[in-house]
Design a protein around this ligand. Structure first.
Ligand code: GLC
Length: 437
């Protein structure tokens, strides 16, 4: 079947299946594995061309003695996140759970136990939905062909010695592991498979290697309500995953808007990175969240726990700050989406809209002096308030009075909001507008 002939079905996923996810808008990604010990990016094995024998030291010393998934779950919840996606296995091949199909797993390290089950229990106990990330790529499996992203790609001797690797055997391993994940942990809400890189020279991997169609059928059979991402190189996914980018507009496939989620790091690495310094600040993170929701998407924000099993203090501080904002302003995020086209957000504002309540939210990235001119909203506003303290914001429509003139571009379409001089304490203040129904 040609690629063009295969129809993507993202837009036709049953609406009720996507509902909780669309309302949630904000989730936590967690990248945790042996790379946390190296503490210099989860691709360290590949970037530094580290052979298995050398990488083994991380397996031999993996002992997260402070691991407390209940504390993680509390932090995610306090930040306002509604779901979580954890790396059950990343590209390095190491498994956090007690898989029947490999010895390369947490129970065989000094940690000596399955880490996934307590994780699942803890997050469910806090009321969060639970998703699994599973790496299609595997740099440890003996049948995973040495391709251009493999750590040993530049080692000709290794490549010759391992030329007989059989990707069909690897595809079976992958199938069985995912089946285990889909069977042994109750309802799994999201599956994030990562990732495909097909190319004509045969140095990449795609749906034929993974046997994506067979895999996806099994996943749907085992977990009928699950939401699956788009990285299998195969149609039939539920959402698309722009990574580390602020999209310009709501992504489309075949001319239709599709469910989307952007995954993002606090700093430049997914795995714990001790020396990485490009941490986004609270305001940037809130802008990312608000911008995403205002374009109809979800934000999956990543934490890379340390090898002791704790959240980096820098991550914890940012989660706390976002949680403070979400506690009072979450109404502009949950259940919200892109506003109708007639809403023209004023300068320095980003808008979100709750179609169920008919409320519009203006996020003010700059606090103007006294007046906020809102074109398109004239005559449409029933009531307006500052969201964080429910204090009234005065509204009037159209020209009239001192400098509120046609010459100033004020028409009957213009609503004029009267702001207090003092900016509210919120990092990004929000005006909640009750639109006339
Ligand atoms: C990329 C990277 C990976 C990370 C993922 C998150 O595919 O390979 O390290 O887990 O993005 O989306």
């Amino acid at each position: 079947m040609s690629k063009a002939a295969r129809k993507n079905t993202a837009a036709s996923a049953p609406a009720d299946k996507m509902q909780w996810w669309t309302e949630a808008r904000f989730g936590m990604f967690i990248h945790w594995g042996l790379y946390a010990l190296a503490a210099r990016h989860e691709w360290v094995k590949q970037r530094e061309r580290i052979p298995d024998e050398v990488y083994q030291k991380y397996f031999d010393h993996f002992d997260p003695d402070l691991y407390d998934p209940a504390a993680w779950a509390r932090m995610a919840k306090a930040a306002g996140m509604k779901y979580v996606v954890l790396t059950t296995k990343h590209h390095e091949g190491f498994c956090l759970w007690d898989s029947r199909y490999t010895d390369y797993k947490a129970p065989n390290t000094p940690c000596g136990r399955d880490l996934l089950r307590p994780f699942v229990d803890a997050f469910r106990a806090e009321g969060l939905r639970v998703g699994f990330y599973y790496s299609l790529i595997d740099w440890h499996h003996p049948e995973f062909p040495v391709d251009r992203v493999h750590p040993m790609w530049t080692n000709d001797e290794f490549k010759r010695a391992h030329a007989g690797r059989d990707v069909r055997k690897y595809a079976d391993y992958l199938y069985h592991q995912v089946e285990e994940l889909m069977t042994d942990f109750g309802t799994v809400d999201v599956l994030f498979l990562d990732f495909s890189y097909p190319d004509p020279q045969g140095t990449g991997k795609g749906h034929e290697d993974w046997r994506s169609e067979r895999l996806l059928k099994m996943i749907r059979r085992r977990q009928p309500g699950i939401i699956v991402n788009d990285r299998l190189d195969w149609p039939g996914f539920d959402f698309v995953t722009p990574e580390q980018v602020m999209v310009r507009r709501w992504p489309e496939r075949d001319g239709r808007r599709v469910p989307w989620e952007t995954c993002q790091t606090f700093s430049g690495s997914w795995g714990y990175h001790r020396d990485e310094a490009t941490w986004k600040d609270e305001r940037q993170l809130l802008a990312l969240l608000i911008d995403t929701v205002g374009k109809g998407g979800n934000l999956l924000l990543n934490v890379g726990p340390t090898a002791r099993g704790t959240f980096d203090a820098r991550a914890a501080a940012r989660l706390e700050a976002m949680g403070r904002w979400m506690h009072v302003n979450g109404r502009s995020i949950y259940g919200c989406t892109q506003p109708p086209d007639w809403v023209k957000p004023p300068e320095h504002c980003r808008a979100t809209w709750n179609p169920a309540t008919g409320r519009l939210y203006l996020h003010l990235f700059d606090w103007p002096l006294g007046t906020l001119y809102c074109d398109g909203l004239g005559g449409r506003i029933e009531y307006a308030q500052i969201l964080s303290d429910a204090s009234e914001v005065g509204v009037r429509t159209g020209p009239g009075g001192h400098w509120l003139s046609r010459e100033q571009g004020i028409t009957d379409e213009t609503a004029i909001l009267s702001l207090p001089v003092l900016k509210p304490a919120d990092t990004v203040p929000v005006i909640e507008i009750f639109l006339k129904r």
